[in-house]
Structure formats: structure tokens, C-alpha cells
Design a protein around this ligand. Structure first.
Ligand code: ADP
Length: 510
């Protein structure tokens, strides 16, 4: 393993860290809400409840009928287990109008000193006050509960005093939430008092704390287990693919990348399978290309050396014909090397394409003039069908090469009628050139490949008759560099129609 790879941690490490962080966050939130904030939440909610009850009472006291008011008090007491008191505070001596509690252990009266106290606080506070008291209220409530079990008030009080002085750890302080508000009414003023017991949450918090400790341990354990499991599930197919990719890098193109459990890895495998296929194709093409080129280079070289040696050994053989053969073969070599250079330049986009407007029609006509000798000697019938002159934008030399290659191919594969038709058709803003022969045609399954470098239809290497095997590849690359369209339609025994389309320059702009 490379040293920089060693420094990197495996996927399952990051997954475990992620899961643990997530669980820790979750647990922290749980701890905070269930232990630290529980009491204040509870108190806030209770206060709101008490306030809303008092508000309901206040509204009824102000606007409602008295009968209904008592119904409402009873309803509040029953539903919310609260103590409700209404005091007439119009005079300096307060009188209790109503006090009741639905909870049996809550004493149904409130000491008048407390009422005075609350009234004073409420007046200071703008008419409303809410207090939470502990010890004194606790005694009151406990005393009531003890009294309800048959003890006298004095007995209960003594009991409470003793109880309060007992050093107790788990005894919890009951708290009383009191809410008082002063309500002005038609015949004076009333004080509404709503009290509710605040159940101590310490024991609940303690229970929750134990639960949370257990939950923390369980959740952390599960996070690690799930992270390891997920890590394995995700990482394993990646490792398998990686091993195969290594084999591919070592030129084992037959390696196959199978499916995978999830979409990403399946896509990666499909891509790698495609890449492996392409690499295999490129590799075999490269091998084929080298063998074809070396074959094509060797044949003329053998001919040249052979003839030169014969002429050297036998002076009588120094004939113009033999010399011509050497010249022809040297030209062939030249042509082959030029074609190869052209193609590599075109494919690497380094070819110098000089775009300029030129007459495509004139260009074809001038190519035709090169064939006059051939037409005369071989009785070929080469026709150029056109009805007007068209101008295109492009590199005239390269386009000439395209047309020349197509016509050459058509002549090489010419049919018995010895006819080649070059047809120029102008449609919309485009010109289409067809080079048609009625020769042997190309089998349909080979049509996609003939544009490839060094592809030759047919098994045997027919160098004697045909060119370098690069002609159509040059055609394709030149047309691609001109953003042109190209194609072929061909049928076995009927001939072929090679065509290309280029945009026309409107004549009036010339
Ligand atoms: P070559 O130098 O072999 O002609 P090309 O690239 O020009 O190379 O053509 C590639 C192959 O396409 C040829 O070997 C031949 O099999 C096929 N081909 C091209 N033109 C024609 C045609 N007009 N008729 C039949 N086959 C053709």
C-alpha cells in the first residue's frame, strides 16, 4: 500500500464517527430536555395553565352571569385539580366570596394573611402576580392530608414540625403555584386566586437519568454496530471493483465488473465495463494498425530494394519501366506517410484548417480534370451533375482531399457500367455532394466501421488494388473539422452513395 493511502482511514471509520456524533447529539438533546430543563418547562406550562384559568374566571366575573361563574369554577377545579378562591377586596377588610378545591388533600381555605399578602403583591405588580412557595404551603397541604386521616390540627402541626426537622434526603418539597389578579367589578373589586400544586420532578428526573444512562449505552453500541455493518455493505463492493480495476490497469481487458448492491456502484461498474470494452477495442485497433502499417511500409520497401539490387547486379535491367516501378513505390510510401501524418494531425486537432470562402462547384470541376486521362484510357464514365455554382466556407485543400478520396474510392470499386456520378444538390442553405458508384457495395454490418482508421471491408488485405486504408478516416475528420455532415448508403451488389453536406454561403454576399 502506498504511504499516502496508509494515512487515509477506511470508510467504516468515518461512518462510525458520523453515527457516534449523531447519537451523541441526540442524547445530549434528550439529557438536556429530560433532566436539566424538565422542571422549568413543567413550571412554565403549569403557570400558563393557571393563568389561563384565572383569565377565564376574570372574564366571567366581569361580564358573565353569576350562575355561570360557579359552573366555570367547578369545571376548572375538576379538570385541572386547582384551588380557586374569590375574595371581595372592595373594603379594607377582605371577605371570602368563594373558595373551593376539588382535591381532597388540599385544604379548602387559604389563610387570610396569604390573601392579604398576595393582594399587596398584585397591587405592586400592576394587578397580577404569580408566586411559587414551598415550605409554608407544603405544611398547609400536608396538614390537610393528615387531618383528613383523623388527626387533630395540633397533632398534625406537631407532626409537620417534626417532619420538617427530620434530616431527609429523599423527601421532596411540594411547591404551590399561586396566581392572583385583581378584577374591578361593578360593585367594587374582587381578587381571584388560583392555586395549583407543582408535583416535584426530582424523583422523575432521577428515574429518567437512570433510563438515559441505559439508553446512552444501548444507542452508542447500536451506532457502532450499524456503522460497522453499513461500512462493510458499502465498502465491500467498492473494494471488489477496485481489485478488478487494478487488473484492468494491468491490461487485462477481459475483466468484467458485476452489478453491485446499490445504484452508485452499479453505475460505476457499468462505466468501467464500457471503459474496458473501449480499451479492448483501442488495443486491438492499435495492434491491427501497427501490423497493417508495417505491412504496407514493408511491401514497397521490398520492391524498391529488390528492383534496385537487380539493376545494380544486371546493368541490362536498368530500364525506364523498372525505374518507374521504384518511383511508383517510393510515391506510395510518401502517400502513406502523408496520409498517416494528416490523420494524426486532424485527430489531435492540430491540423491547420484555413477557413475561407471558395467555389465548391469549381473545386469539383478541377478535380474532374485530373481524371481526363483515366477516362480516355479506361473508358470510365465520370459525370458531374450540377445546376449552379455554390460557395462554401472551408479549407479548399482539405475539401478537395475529401472529394478526391471519395471519387478515388468510387473508381476503385467501380461497377461494370464503369460509371461514377458526382451530384451536387442545393437545398435551403446547404449543399449536398453525393459520390455514387454501381460497384460491389458494402455489407450493412460493416458500414459503421469503414470510417475507422485502417479499416478495410473484406478479410484480405487488398493493398494491390486499394489505397492506404486511411482515405475515409481522413474524409470523416476533415468534415468533422468543418462541422459538416457525412454518411453513406450502400447495398451489396448495387453500389454505394457516399455523401456530405456543408452550409452554403449566399451568392449575394460574395
Ligand atoms: P482504402 O484506402 O482501403 O480505400 P478507405 O478508408 O478509403 O480505405 O476505405 C475503407 C474501406 O471502405 C475500403 O477498404 C472499402 O472496403 C470500403 N469502401 C470505401 N469506398 C467504397 C466504395 N465506393 N465501394 C465499396 N466499398 C468501399
Amino acid at each position: 500500500m502506498k504511504p499516502e493511502l496508509k494515512k487515509k482511514r477506511p470508510l467504516r471509520f468515518y461512518l462510525a464517527i458520523g453515527f457516534l456524533t449523531f447519537s451523541a447529539l441526540l442524547l445530549i438533546i434528550l439529557w438536556l430536555f429530560q433532566t436539566v430543563f424538565l422542571e422549568s418547562f413543567y413550571k412554565t406550562i403549569k403557570t400558563e395553565q393557571v393563568k389561563s384559568c384565572a383569565y377565564g374566571l376574570e372574564t366571567y366575573l366581569k361580564y358573565g352571569e353569576t350562575g355561570k361563574f360557579y359552573d366555570l369554577v367547578t369545571e376548572i377545579e375538576e379538570q385541572n385539580s386547582m384551588l380557586v378562591g374569590v375574595y371581595d377586596t372592595t373594603d379594607s377588610i377582605f371577605s371570602c366570596e368563594y373558595v373551593s378545591s376539588s382535591r381532597p388533600w388540599i385544604r379548602s381555605d387559604v389563610p387570610m394573611s396569604t390573601v392579604y399578602d398576595l393582594y399587596r403583591q398584585a397591587t405592586d405588580n400592576g394587578g397580577k402576580v404569580s408566586t411559587i412557595t414551598a415550605a409554608e404551603k407544603e405544611s398547609r397541604f400536608e396538614m390537610h392530608s393528615r387531618r383528613s386521616f383523623g388527626a387533630t390540627e395540633d397533632e398534625a402541626r406537631v407532626d409537620i414540625i417534626m417532619h420538617e426537622h427530620q434530616p431527609s434526603l429523599d423527601r421532596e418539597t411540594v411547591q404551590i403555584l399561586a396566581y392572583a389578579c385583581i378584577v374591578p367589578v361593578t360593585d367594587g373589586e374582587r381578587l381571584i386566586l388560583v392555586e395549583s400544586e407543582i408535583t416535584p420532578v426530582n424523583s422523575v428526573v432521577e428515574t429518567l437519568r437512570y433510563q438515559l444512562i441505559i439508553m446512552t449505552a444501548v444507542i452508542l453500541l447500536f451506532s457502532v454496530i450499524i456503522a460497522v455493518f453499513l461500512g462493510k455493505m458499502i465498502a465491500k463492493p467498492i473494494s471488489v471493483t477496485n481489485e478488478k480495476a487494478k487488473a484492468l490497469a494491468k491490461q487485462d481487458y477481459d475483466v468484467s465488473f458485476e452489478g453491485g448492491r446499490y445504484r452508485e456502484i452499479t453505475e460505476l461498474n457499468t462505466t468501467l465495463n464500457f471503459a474496458a470494452g473501449e480499451l479492448k477495442k483501442v488495443d486491438s485497433l492499435q495492434k491491427e494498425l501497427i501490423s497493417n502499417i508495417s505491412h504496407d511500409l514493408r511491401t514497397p520497401l521490398t520492391m524498391i530494394t529488390g528492383y534496385a539490387e537487380v539493376m545494380q547486379d544486371l546493368p541490362g535491367e536498368m530500364t525506364p519501366e523498372n525505374l518507374q516501378i521504384i518511383i511508383d513505390e517510393a510515391n506510395r510510401l510518401n502517400l502513406l506517410v502523408t496520409d498517416l501524418l494528416d490523420i494524426s494531425r486532424l485527430q489531435s486537432n492540430t491540423a491547420d484548417i484555413k477557413m475561407a470562402p471558395f467555389s465548391l462547384t469549381k473545386c469539383i470541376e478541377s478535380i474532374f480534370s485530373r481524371y481526363t486521362k483515366l477516362i480516355e484510357s479506361d473508358g470510365l464514365n465520370i459525370v458531374f451533375e450540377h445546376d449552379r455554382e455554390v460557395f462554401v466556407m472551408g479549407d479548399e485543400l482539405r475539401i478537395t482531399q475529401v472529394i478526391y478520396n471519395l471519387i478515388n474510392n468510387a473508381i476503385n470499386y467501380i461497377g461494370e457500367d464503369k460509371t461514377v456520378i458526382v451530384r451536387q444538390t442545393v437545398t435551403d442553405e446547404k449543399v449536398r455532394i453525393d459520390v455514387i458508384d454501381h460497384g460491389e457495395g458494402i455489407p450493412e454490418e460493416q458500414l459503421p466501421y469503414i470510417w475507422d482508421r485502417y479499416y478495410r471491408a473484406g478479410e484480405e488485405h487488398r493493398r494491390a488494388k486499394i489505397g492506404t486504408g486511411l482515405g475515409l478516416s481522413i474524409v470523416k475528420n476533415v468534415l468533422l473539422a468543418h462541422d459538416g455532415e457525412y454518411g453513406v448508403s450502400s447495398a451489396l451488389g448495387e453500389g454505394s452513395d457516399f455523401w456530405f453536406i456543408l452550409p452554403v454561403i449566399p451568392t449575394d454576399e460574395e
